[in-house]
Design a protein around this ligand. Structure first.
Ligand code: GKE
Length: 367
């Protein structure tokens, strides 16, 4: 067993949280009802309820128990898909135009020395001339990108799904508990963590495990949700553990991206998974839960604050994961072809408080 004491408990119940943090100096709360797109997009209610109960009870139990340092897992899905665009319209999009309700607002062309403040002020003057309606609808978006002091790191208020909203709420609670009760809290925003011993079948698995499983079990073609052009970055478990330990020891109490910045499309990742045993299969793009169109980890801050950033390449991490899943398939035996398709988890209701899923009990027996 990889620990001195193992407690299987429903952390949605406060008393269980109090029991498991008793006598601890540091608490790493990584517990959550989660999964990949095949679970998250069909289970908003149960995810929101279960994870809020776990995160809030664990923080309160840690406070009451006088835990010195509490590390919580936020998630990249708490960070906004949209605001990046908000910051970008002026810089990334053709700076000369923002199309607003068929009225063209010409913004001064960005110059190399980018004297932002003057350009933004001019932009605002032109916006003002477009009339109140625009201000109401677009104020937030446009204003954020035109105001001179628009921070590079934008306030994150547009989480993806209930899963992301709970992560944001728990981050805020951790920050307030830190300030109000002097508890050292640390918040890592995980970017799709993968690796051996992760879920690889049943519908809760994320794309890296699903792609490896399908590459191992598909015969004539290989299925993929979406057009495969959606992009992500995936973080190998060893980098994740290293990052959590470095963050715990650090004095940085704000949310921090803990993710690889190696962005790939899903088509590219599938080619990598197929390459480990030299397989060549056509990708069959099928409808399915796709999530955001693109995501990557901006690692400026983690490099600045920890002097370190995840560095294990997707090809290296995925190879370890692929051959671990191959082992599981061999151990299981039987007809592996059933694993060539990914399933979507039907909508679940929260279990009775205190009750655990049958699978929770079995997960640790075998090892
Ligand atoms: N899981 C899965 N299984 N994804 C597939 C499959 C498949 O068989 N085929 C294609 N995809 C596509 C999905 O449609 C999505 O566009 C992309 O792969 C990544 O899916 P994912 O790994 O399940 O999850 P996401 O990155 O979209 O979201 C996850 O982000 C994590 C944080 O970074 C969330 O599900 C959470 O696990 C977590 O917040």
């Amino acid at each position: 067993m990889f620990c001195h004491e193992f407690i299987l408990a429903d952390l949605r119940v406060y008393d269980n949280c109090a029991k498991v943090v008793k006598g601890c100096e540091h608490v790493f709360n990584l517990a959550a009802d989660m999964g990949g797109m095949g679970f998250i997009q069909s289970n908003h209610g149960v995810i929101f309820y279960n994870n809020t109960m776990i995160s809030f009870n664990m923080l309160e139990a840690a406070r009451k128990e006088g835990v010195k340092r509490c590390v919580g897992g936020g998630a990249a899905v708490g960070a906004p898909p949209k605001p990046l665009l908000v910051a970008a319209p002026v810089s990334l999009c053709r700076p000369s135009q923002l199309l607003l309700r068929q009225q063209r607002v010409h913004l001064p062309r960005a110059r190399a020395d980018d004297d932002g403040p003057e350009r933004w002020a001019e932009g605002e003057r032109r916006l003002a001339r477009c009339g109140a309606w625009l201000r109401v609808v677009h104020t937030y978006r446009t204003r954020m990108s035109l105001l001179p002091h628009a921070p590079r790191r934008l306030p994150t208020r547009q989480p993806q799904d209930a899963y992301g909203l709970e992560k944001l709420a728990s981050e805020e609670l951790a920050k307030h508990y830190g300030k109000d009760f002097g508890m050292e809290t640390r918040i890592a925003r995980f970017h799709n963590i993968y690796g051996p011993y992760g879920t690889w079948k049943g519908g809760r698995e994320k794309a890296p495990a699903a792609f490896c499983r399908k590459a191992l079990t598909s015969a004539s073609e290989i299925e993929m949700w979406g057009d495969g052009l959606q992009t992500r970055s995936f973080t190998f478990i060893d980098d994740c553990v290293e990052g959590i330990l470095r963050l715990t020891k650090s004095d940085f109490a704000e949310p921090l991206n803990l993710g690889s910045d190696e962005m790939v499309s899903m088509n590219q990742m599938m080619e990598i998974a197929l390459s480990f045993e030299g397989k060549k299969l056509p990708i069959k793009h099928i409808p399915g839960p796709e999530g955001v169109r693109g995501r990557n980890s901006n690692n400026d801050l983690i490099k600045e604050k920890l002097g370190w950033a995840p560095s294990i390449s997707l090809a290296d991490g995925l190879k370890v994961t692929y051959f671990w899943i191959k082992e599981q398939l061999q151990k299981e035996g039987g007809d592996a072809a059933k694993y060539a398709h990914s399933t979507i988890v039907a909508t679940l209701a929260p279990m009775e408080l205190g009750a655990l899923r049958a699978s929770d009990a079995t997960e640790f027996e075998k090892k």
